[in-house]
Write a protein that binds this ligand. Structure first.
Ligand code: SAH
Length: 232
């Protein structure tokens, strides 16, 4: 089995690479991929760079070129739900692209013909995450994640995304990774630890909490990998 572990920024995969000890760097399609064997299972790790286009390229490459059969994303996000605080973990049950807009033709936000507003994440991986969370005594919120090519630092935009998509958190890669994995029939899991509240102070909060939140998410994802290996 080969598992892909993906982030968007170096800080999001650094804690994962640290756990792998030995890995091989492979340059491909303008990015670096790290291949390793972890507890007898092959893993491929990469950060895509920020946004939907780079994350699409990386997810597709991990699957089509490196042969990944499952994909786990680890990273940080802005909170939409007022229940979520910095450091809290949220796992996506479904994802949408909040900046996809052909509403001028009467379509809903996030929809284009042939696509769907929401893409659902793998239910088995979510169930596994709940087991891991319980064992760790770590609260884990399941919810909707909205993705777009914007760093949201604006209450009005955030509220629009919350109201339109029922989103609990927002970020810049999950929705595109979901489209790739869904199309290629690869079970996927998108986990985010909150770094900010997508409000006026978001960029300051993001800078202050990126590393600690990325670490929380990465640790959880590695526990997920352990659990997947245990159950195989
Ligand atoms: N500080 C970085 C830019 C970070 S962009 C730089 O200067 O290079 C924000 C990243 O974190 C994206 O990968 C996105 O997925 C996630 N994210 C966290 N908070 C977010 C928010 N409020 N809006 C959008 N994306 C957010």
């Amino acid at each position: 089995m080969k598992i892909a572990i993906m982030g968007a920024m170096p800080e999001e995969i650094a804690p994962i690479l640290k756990k792998l000890h030995n890995y091989m760097s492979v340059e491909y399609a303008g990015n670096t991929y790290y291949e390793a064997s972890y507890k007898g299972v092959d893993v491929v790790v990469a950060y895509s760079k920020i946004g939907k286009v780079f994350s699409t390229l990386t997810a597709a490459t991990m699957i089509e070129h490196f042969g990944a059969q499952k994909l786990l994303f680890s990273g940080v996000a802005g909170a939409v739900s007022p229940e979520l605080r910095v450091g809290d973990l949220v796992v996506a049950n479904k994802l949408a692209q909040h900046d996809l807009d052909i509403t001028a033709f009467g379509h809903p936000f996030g929809y284009v013909p042939g696509g769907s507003v929401y893409v659902e994440a793998d239910k088995k991986l979510i169930a596994l995450a709940k087991e891991v969370a319980q064992e760790m005594g770590q609260p884990l919120k399941e919810g909707i994640i909205a993705t777009g090519d914007q760093f949201v630092a604006n209450e009005e935009r955030k509220n629009f995304i919350g109201e339109t998509f029922g989103a609990d958190a927002l970020e810049m890669e999950g929705g595109s990774v979901a489209v790739v994995c869904d199309a290629l029939e690869i079970p996927f899991f998108i986990l985010r630890a909150i770094s900010d509240a997508a409000d006026m102070d978001a960029s300051f909060s993001f800078d202050a909490f990126l590393e600690t939140s990325a670490q929380i998410s990465a640790e959880f994802v590695m526990k997920m990998i352990d659990k997947i290996i245990e159950q195989e």
